[in-house]
Write a protein that binds this ligand. Structure first.
Ligand code: RB5
Length: 144
């Protein structure tokens, strides 16, 4: 199960994302918004909670730039969010950072590229090994 969410700027892209996931038989839970103006930190928190409580394996957050969502999500303990707009970064943030939240900017990239990045994100496994120690170091920063 994938948790998805957006603010008003990300809403059209979330519609495309929901259709994309449905077409591929990937289950998702939609944490809003419904297209009306809203505050992206609320949606980021709702999606991240679904990942942290184990209901969802990962989350996808959409706003105008992807940046506000990523900043909000990365404030939440246990979350590793990355805003991506290219295939290479999307692949390597899974391989090396074990990213659990993908953030996309609906005003930055088109839906075709966005869906390509979603597929890369969902189909790339964390490499572990030397990267595990570095991810552990990132998470230890939450305790400082
Ligand atoms: C909303 O206008 C916009 O600020 C938001 O979608 C996002 O881009 C923030 O980072």
């Amino acid at each position: 199960m994938i948790a998805i969410g957006c603010d008003h700027a990300g809403f059209p892209l979330k519609e495309a994302l929901a259709a994309h996931l449905y077409a591929r038989g990937i289950s998702y839970t939609d944490l809003g918004c419904d297209g009306s103006p809203c505050d992206y930190p609320d949606i980021a928190e709702a999606v991240c909670k679904e990942v942290l409580n184990g209901n969802c394996t990962c989350g996808i957050l959409l706003c105008g730039t992807g940046i506000g969502m990523s900043m909000a999500a990365n404030k939440i303990k246990g979350i590793r969010a990355a805003v991506c707009s290219d295939a290479f970064s999307t692949k390597f943030t899974r391989l090396h950072n074990d990213t659990n939240i993908l953030c996309l900017g609906a005003r930055v990239i088109g839906s075709g590229l966005a869906m390509e990045l979603v597929d890369i994100f969902l189909n790339t496994e964390f490499e572990g090994g030397r990267h595990q120690r570095r991810v552990d170091m990132i998470m230890a920063l939450e305790e400082k």
